[in-house]
Ligand binder design. Structure first.
Ligand code: ATP
Length: 355
């Protein structure tokens, strides 16, 4: 695969007239809003006409739309995007819609380190990274016959928890598993879930300092997942399973949350360790990332996933969170990204945060 030479592309860019572009979905309202606050022009890439929808949110509406028939057609807009000095902000849906391979070869300066994709999309590599950083992950059960506790079965590549199920015994596992799809079995961790939203800057040293750059904690959320989060309205899971109703983990929204303050130092330790390890493994995770955790009754964190870019869980905080307000008023993750680009452009450091 040809590695993109971001410096080559940037030489033709007018750094005082950069445009921020993203796909019209996921966290785009927040990204456009944040970019506008920092004085950037914005482009929304959308499948089909979405103007009517964005008209309803003038402060989150892109200045211009690139309308495509299917997301993969974005690649045809490379020249137009370059003419606009566009920098792409990838969010979860952006990568999902474009496909990993096309995302890696998309010839437009992109915020963050694209190499991280190889480490987060492969559950084995993800474990090497996170456990290598000293984090505790849920135990993995290699042989389904050894299921002797509640487990969660996750299909590979299934986004947003689709199709995942809980089993407590081998027989239950056999009843539910779709054997044609690759899967992982993890200990189901009992506790409360926190999805921690960090921002790592390799070029600014004004927050929680690391060997290079610094991290911030911008916010945290809890996902609202159907049907697991409401299942108790109908009865216990056991009762429902008897009549063939199984809870699922499909995300439908995000709930703002804060954590016991005494746990925050640990939150920073974990974020710092993940970044330090990423610097060793692949040159560093840049910008926003999220650790998806369960805190047990012993107040221990178990990390079941990392998302290496802006997550939709930051959407409750378009106008700041209880944490980001302590850094700068009215700062969303989308705005923080725009600020980083602005700072890098001003200090000729764009190649340190774009790939
Ligand atoms: P995404 O890529 O959108 O983060 P995903 O499809 O990779 O999602 P996970 O985030 O790994 O899936 O899991 C989906 C949901 O399942 C989580 O939000 C959480 O509620 C639950 N979950 C995952 N792993 C565990 C675990 N080990 N113990 C308890 N609950 C878990």
């Amino acid at each position: 695969m040809n590695k993109i030479n971001v410096n080559d592309i940037l030489t033709s860019y007018d750094k005082e007239n950069l445009t921020i572009a993203t796909v019209c979905s996921h966290s785009s309202l927040q990204i456009f809003n944040g970019a506008k606050k920092e004085g950037f022009k914005t482009i929304g890439i959308s499948v089909g006409e979405k103007k009517k929808f964005y008209d309803a949110f003038p402060l989150g509406k892109p200045d211009e739309f690139f309308i495509v028939e299917k997301y993969k057609d974005i690649l045809k807009y490379t020249n137009e995007l370059r003419e606009k000095n566009a920098i792409v902000i990838p969010h979860g849906s952006f990568v999902e819609y474009l496909g990993a391979e096309k995302f890696l070869t998309f010839n437009i300066p992109t915020f963050g380190n694209r190499d991280v994709l190889l480490w987060e999309s492969d559950r084995g590599k993800e474990r090497i990274w996170l456990e290598g950083a000293g984090l505790t992950m849920p135990m993995e059960i290699k042989n389904p016959k050894e299921i002797d506790m509640p487990v969660i079965v996750k299909y590979h590549g299934a986004k947003g928890g689709k199709g995942f199920f809980i089993a407590k015994t081998y027989n239950e596992f056999l009843r539910r598993i779709k054997k044609d799809k690759p899967f992982t079995i993890q200990e189901f961790v009992m506790g409360t879930r926190y999805y921690l939203h960090y921002f790592y800057s390799p070029i600014q040293n004004n927050a929680y300092k690391l060997s290079k750059g610094s991290i911030q904690l911008l916010s945290m959320d809890r996902r609202d997942e159907t049907t697991i989060d409401e299942v108790q309205r109908l009865g216990s899971i056991a009762e429902l399973e008897e009549i063939g109703i199984h809870p699922t983990f499909v995300v439908t929204g995000n709930i703002p949350i804060v954590m016991r303050e005494s746990l925050l130092p640990k939150v920073f330790d974990m974020g710092a360790a993940v970044v330090e390890k990423s610097l060793n493994l692949f040159g560093g995770i840049i910008g926003s990332f999220c650790l998806e955790t369960v805190v047990t009754e012993d107040l221990e964190f178990k990390v079941f996933e990392i998302s290496a870019r802006i997550v939709a869980g930051t959407n409750p905080y378009t106008f700041g969170s209880p944490y980001s307000e302590l850094i700068q008023p009215d700062m969303s993750t989308g705005r923080r990204i725009a600020q980083e680009i602005k700072f890098a452009a001003k200090n000729k450091l764009l190649d340190k945060i774009l790939t």
